[in-house]
Design a protein around this ligand. Structure first.
Ligand code: HEM
Length: 461
């Protein structure tokens, strides 16, 4: 009797190991991953839906099927934590904020922040989003710009929006400090993540000092927001007030200064970098696909007739919505998710040991020919003609899924559509001649050498 039960439900440890990516002795796939994370995952994916990779002394598993993605992010999310190299290095920047914290602590912080992102709350942000965009367009016009660095412009604009909407603060002047500091910290964090040796931050190597200097630049901005509010007699009803006033249910204490700093840093960075990238990729794709750009302009011309878009207009802009969705399919700004296993477990019929890293490449899921017709083509129509309904739910996850789903997803979608509608009905943007656009998979997905664009004004008709 006992032996029958055993053979029907084998112990997890007795399950087979999934196909393994060939790698070098000792370091395994780490150097190949460092050279090109995309190429490493391209190769690994060919071996199956669950593939083992070795990174020095740690095992990694690439998950490439929507059913397994659902298990990791939704059904069994408690077994998949955030103790990965990626998150350890991200903590150097954002500390223990909403993106990086775990367990009961994370749950409590999420409960505090969540109301600021309810549909009712974010509806009031629409006017701020379009007003900031109009200001940017007016500045382009007054400077008679013929060429714009879109990465820079979008980063500036989305930072301004996050500051005004969530913290009632004008961060437009901070953009010149935040932009380069963020590029430095994201690049250096990625460098540490993929390096064979991670020198502890307590050792003041030139690399570590440069990284901490860039984090200090970001700190100056974030601490400046908190100090200005503490000095002010005004108490706007915004997310910053909610964070300042939130009290622990057990101790009745407000958040410590460190915790406040970590939450703000998380929201400032996560709240603008990804949306800026989504916009940049959308403009790039539109410049490469004039037919889509023309159809988008047609919709905007018909529905808005030169007016600035309002929230109530968005339901009449289905093509604009499809363009944003399709752009995030091809270039998901958060292109990869990492998790760690807290116990031995079974996944896809294989054994995944405790303390392994589990990767989900959103970029690859979104281009998997098993789930997407013409996966490499920019075809927003797929979100309008019923095609998308047959795509498995967890094959499209630009904002992740499950309890750790992006808290800002509705905010970001609304913002992206309002910005796109405001900008595309006024200007025509084309890729700068001779500029090659290559995705650079860092912690987020950016174009490697930025995105300079030629700009021409549309005549209002
Ligand atoms: C196009 C824009 C955006 C994309 C593609 C995006 C994507 C994501 C993804 C994939 C995650 C899950 C990360 C993980 O669990 O490993 C995430 C989490 C998060 N995002 Fe976003 N995001 C966007 C915009 C925003 C905005 C506008 C905000 C805030 C204003 C925001 C704040 C956050 C926070 C705080 C988390 C952590 C949530 C938690 O774990 O409870 N994001 N985002």
């Amino acid at each position: 009797m006992t032996s029958v039960t055993r053979s029907e439900t084998p112990r997890v440890g007795d399950l087979p190991t999934p196909p393994t990516m060939p790698g070098l002795p000792v370091v395994g796939s780490l150097l190949a991953f460092r050279r090109s994370p995309m190429a490493s995952f391209d190769a690994a994916k060919k071996l199956g839906d669950l593939v083992r990779l070795r990174f020095f002394h740690r095992r990694g598993f690439l998950v490439s099927h929507p059913d397994l993605v659902k298990r990791v992010l939704v059904d069994e999310h408690r077994r998949f934590g955030k103790q990965t190299r990626g998150y350890q290095n991200l903590r150097l920047i954002v500390g223990n904020g909403l993106l990086t914290s775990e367990g009961e602590f994370w749950k409590r912080q999420r409960r505090i922040v969540q109301p600021a992102f309810h549909h009712r709350s974010i509806a009031s942000f629409a006017d701020t989003m379009t007003a900031s965009t109009e200001r940017m367009l007016a500045s382009w016009r007054s400077r008679e710009l013929g060429r714009v660095e879109m990465e820079h412009e979008m980063s500036r604009l989305t930072l301004e929006i996050v500051g005004r909407c969530l913290f009632s603060t004008d961060l437009s002047d901070a953009s010149d400090a935040v932009g380069p500091a963020l590029t430095t910290v994201l690049g250096m964090a990625m460098d540490r993540i993929t390096h064979v040796l991670q020198i502890p931050m307590s050792i003041p190597t030139p690399f570590n000092r440069k990284l901490m200097h860039a984090v200090a630049e970001l700190d100056r901005v974030v601490l400046g927001i908190i100090e200005a509010r503490r000095r002010s007699t005004e108490r706007p009803t915004d997310l910053l007030s909610m964070l300042l006033e939130a009290k622990d249910e057990d101790t009745n204490e407000t958040m410590s200064d460190t915790q406040l700093r970590d939450e703000l840093m998380t929201l400032v960075l996560a709240g603008h970098e990804t949306t800026a990238n989504a916009m940049v990729w959308t403009f790039h794709l539109l410049s490469q696909n004039p037919d889509v750009r023309d159809r988008l302009h047609e919709e905007l011309k018909n529905e808005l007739a030169g007016r600035s878009p309002e929230l109530s207009d968005l339901k009449r802009l289905p093509y604009t919505d499809a363009v944003v969705k399709e752009s995030m399919r091809l270039y998901p700004p958060a292109w990869m998710l990492g998790r760690s296993t807290s116990e031995d477990l079974e996944l896809g019929g294989f054994h995944v040991p405790k303390n392994s890293m589990v990767f989900i490449s959103i970029y690859h899921l979104h281009r998997d020919p098993r789930f997407w017709a013409e996966p490499e083509r920019f075809r927003p129509e797929r979100f309008l003609n019923g095609e998308f309904e047959s795509v498995p739910k967890h094959a499209y996850i630009p904002f992740s899924a499950g309890p750790r789903v992006c808290i800002g997803n509705a905010f970001a979608e609304m913002e992206a559509k309002l910005l796109l509608a405001s900008i595309c009905q006024r200007v025509k943007l084309e890729g700068a001649e001779g500029h090659v656009v290559t995705p650079e998979p860092m912690i987020t997905l950016r174009p490697k050498y930025g995105l300079p664009m030629q700009l021409s004004w549309r005549v209002r008709d």
